[in-house]
Ligand binder design. Structure first.
Ligand SMILES: [Fe+2]
Ligand SMILES: [Fe+2]
Length: 199
């Protein structure tokens, strides 16, 4: 399966700042995605992105843009697995959405989509994506979920290749390097900001 997007520019920079509301984005997800686990994954990544932008002191508008990139990044994965993430990109281009949001989505798997993460938003989406899933899987096997979770417990699960085997350890290491973030810092941020129950 070749998911390469075959292009490197997305959207139109004249649309910078054009967004949809949280409700519109959630409606799109409900329409396209039936798998609750996948919706939860996107909500978690969306909230991590927003929390990162907030921690950096970015404006409310920017926090929302970061949130949308996370919330929508896998929107077409269930319906169009062999055209992931081409379909959601085209949908957002048709809706004339902010080109930076679209670029972040297009670069969330450089190995698969052939698009390099360039901006901080791109790099953080790539960094949160896989690690968020592994930490969520770990929370499900702990009686207290995220409470009391330690970095070393997550590191142990990362080393155990049979745990959440679909999570690419290679991508996590590559993403940390590109974002210039230590793995432990990223793990700690996710433990603190990834809520275990999101409605
Ligand atoms: Fe994806
Ligand atoms: Fe994802």
């Amino acid at each position: 399966m070749n998911l390469h997007l075959g292009r490197s520019t997305f959207g139109n920079s004249k649309n910078l700042g054009n967004v949809i509301s949280q409700e519109e984005a959630l409606n799109l997800l409900r329409e396209w995605v039936k798998n609750d686990k996948l919706i939860l994954h996107m909500k978690q990544v969306g909230l991590l992105m927003k929390a990162w932008a907030r921690t950096k002191g970015y404006s409310e508008e920017d926090q929302h843009r970061w949130y949308l990139a996370g919330l929508l990044h896998d929107a077409d994965w269930e319906k169009y697995p062999d055209q992931h993430c081409k379909v959601i990109i085209e949908e957002l281009e048709n809706r004339e959405i902010d080109s930076e949001i679209i670029h972040a989505i297009a670069s969330h798997g450089p190995k698969y989509f052939g698009v390099q993460p360039e901006t901080e938003m791109d790099k953080m989406l790539y960094a949160f994506d896989e690690l968020s899933g592994l930490i969520h899987a770990y929370s499900l096997m702990r009686p207290t979920a995220y409470e009391g979770m330690e970095i070393k417990g997550v590191r142990k699960r990362l080393k155990d290749k049979s745990f959440a085997a679909q999570v690419s350890r290679e991508d996590i290491a590559d993403a940390c390097e590109r974002a210039n973030i230590e793995l432990n810092v990223l793990i700690e941020f996710i433990i603190q900001h990834q809520p275990d129950s999101i409605n």
